[in-house]
Design a protein around this ligand. Structure first.
Ligand code: C5P
Length: 227
């Protein structure tokens, strides 16, 4: 599928809703790049942990963010993430960084730095950007806004499989971790996780990846043909 104009496509939703997979597949089909905004918060969280910057000190974290270079290199699935030139793609997915990223992202000064960078990365269009606030704060005028959601148990099960395990214990732990992150993302003061009023909400609980991609592609086509 090709569209004459290069669109900005925002995909938001909670952890495990399928954002990364859907964004990567859609970007591939459209010949767009996909950018994982969450990876930026994760990379900053890792640096804060390494430098022992307190995760509740918003000003210190903002300064750290301003003095940090985070690069996202789109690949087939997901992004290669460079933190001050160092490849941290694997490390930032680990459970300690995941928890820290959800705390780092609550601070408005940190979000201002990140949002400015995300706007710069996506401003020319031809991009599928995924996160929590892309349709509400980063690109409120995005051409297409999708909000993916799914039952928390299903999201936890997907994450457990993604992490290479499937045991009941692991799933319970992942569910607790997801619930804590969801709660923090949805109730924070700055850019909480909520669908933009003009977002198309897609419940992926009972849908396969192909079904969701096809549905989202349909929305993109409808928008593109409206011009
Ligand atoms: O998407 P991912 O799980 O990698 O994001 C890690 C954390 O970064 C999330 O739990 C969320 O707190 C934060 N985040 C955010 N805004 C975004 C993307 C991620 O607050 N646009």
């Amino acid at each position: 599928m090709s569209t004459s104009r290069k669109l900005i496509i925002a995909i938001d939703g909670p952890a495990g809703s399928g954002k990364s997979t859907i964004a990567a597949r859609l970007a591939k089909k459209l010949g767009y790049i996909n950018l994982e905004s969450g990876a930026m918060y994760r990379a900053l969280a890792l640096k804060a942990m390494e430098r022992q910057v307190p995760l509740d000190d918003g000003e210190a974290l903002r300064k750290l963010a301003e003095n940090t270079v985070i690069e996202l290199e789109p690949r087939g699935e997901g992004n290669r993430v460079l933190l001050d030139g160092r490849d941290v793609s694997q490390r930032i997915r680990e459970v300690d960084v995941t928890a820290a990223s959800s705390r780092v992202s609550t601070h408005p000064p940190v979000r201002r730095v990140m949002v400015a960078r995300q706007r710069e990365l996506g401003k020319d269009g031809g991009v599928v950007m995924e996160g929590r606030d892309i349709g509400t704060a980063v690109f409120p005028n995005a051409d297409v806004k999708i909000f993916l959601d799914a039952d928390a148990n299903v999201r936890a099960a997907r994450r457990t499989l993604q992490d290479g395990s499937g045991s009941h214990e692991d799933r319970r732990q992942v569910l607790a971790e997801l619930a804590a992150r969801d709660e923090r993302d949805r109730t924070r003061f700055a850019s909480p996780l909520i669908p933009a009023p003009d977002a198309v909400i897609v419940d992926t609980t009972h849908k396969s990846i192909d079904e969701v991609v096809a549905g989202v592609e349909g929305v993109v086509k409808a928008v593109a043909s409206g011009w």
